[in-house]
Design a protein around this ligand. Structure first.
Ligand code: OAD
Length: 257
């Protein structure tokens, strides 16, 4: 089966009503300082403010629905093997029906111990020893403690300065076996996730959907505009294309079989 990999950022969910981070008017980082709400230092200084920030994000996502771009991506599952790598912490791809979603920056629907080992990556730091992580149906509150070690619980998202589980070997292998790679709605400014745009250069066909695609995307067809404008059209074309391909000739058994 042909394989499609998508790589998305906040722009994919913007038309659902979830703000991006860096858009000039309503980007979250124009209203909040990263240093106040999305770093370990912020957590140690003022955990209540950090939890409030993520509680607002959680309610925002709960009140939103998948948009036409999420649904178009999910529709590809019927014809292709599709792997969706996203920087988004919302669950709109899953709610649209997408089967395989990898959340590089975590998920608002999960919580973990503040001493979870994933925070520092494989190299480790003995303080980060806990493995408690669980799904959640309400945002974490100050005073909700880890049932394993008593640490304060926090959202299962990645903050600046924390480790991202990049699965480099898997992504390198996948890139060599990808027919179509679609970047959508990301400024490509945050490493290490942004490196995937180079890793997937090996894919046979590459598209990038964004009103302002990042510069230096050699080999990509740029579809300038919103996700809901271009993604349904691209998905439709990819599905039609498979339908146009003649089915392989039926196996004819020879007389000696
Ligand atoms: P950004 O806010 O950096 O970029 C959003 C992108 O979406 C920009 O390239 C916009 O042009 C584009 N965009 C805006 N409206 C769009 C629309 N309707 N359709 C398609 N694209 C649209 O968000 P990300 O690239 O996701 O990390 O940011 C990456 C990471 O930085 C996030 O995961 C988050 C943030 O800080 C952490 O919090 C660790």
């Amino acid at each position: 089966m042909n394989r499609i990999v998508t790589f998305s950022g906040a722009g994919l969910s913007k038309e659902s009503g979830i703000p991006t981070f860096r858009d000039s008017k309503d980007g979250l980082w124009h209203h909040f300082r990263v240093e106040d709400v999305a770093t370990r230092e912020a957590w140690l200084r003022n955990p209540e403010l950090v939890l409030q920030f993520y509680e607002t994000r959680w309610h925002n996502v709960q009140s939103c629905e998948p948009n036409a771009a999420h649904r178009a991506i999910a529709s590809l599952d019927r014809s292709y093997e599709v792997i969706n790598i996203t920087q988004n912490v919302d669950d709109l791809l899953e709610r649209a029906g997408a089967k395989q979603v990898i959340h590089l920056h975590g998920s608002l629907n999960a919580r973990k111990c503040e001493w979870h080992h994933s925070i520092v990556g494989i190299k480790g730091d003995s303080e980060f020893h806990c493995d408690y992580r669980a799904t959640q149906t309400a945002p974490v509150k100050l005073g909700e403690l880890c049932p394993k070690c008593g640490g304060q619980l926090r959202p299962d998202v990645v903050w600046f300065g924390e480790a991202v589980d990049m699965q480099w070997n898997y992504f390198q292998m996948l890139a060599g076996q990808t027919d179509v790679f679609i970047g959508v709605g990301t400024s490509g400014q945050v490493e290490p996730a942004a490196s995937l745009l180079s890793v997937f250069r090996k894919a046979k066909e590459k598209y990038f959907i964004d009103p302002e695609p990042p510069s230096g995307l050699s080999g990509y067809e740029r579809l300038k505009g919103s996700a809901c404008t271009h993604m349904p059209e691209l998905a439709h074309g990819l599905i039609e294309r498979l339908a146009d391909v003649d089915p392989p000739p039926r196996y004819q058994s020879s007389e000696s079989d």
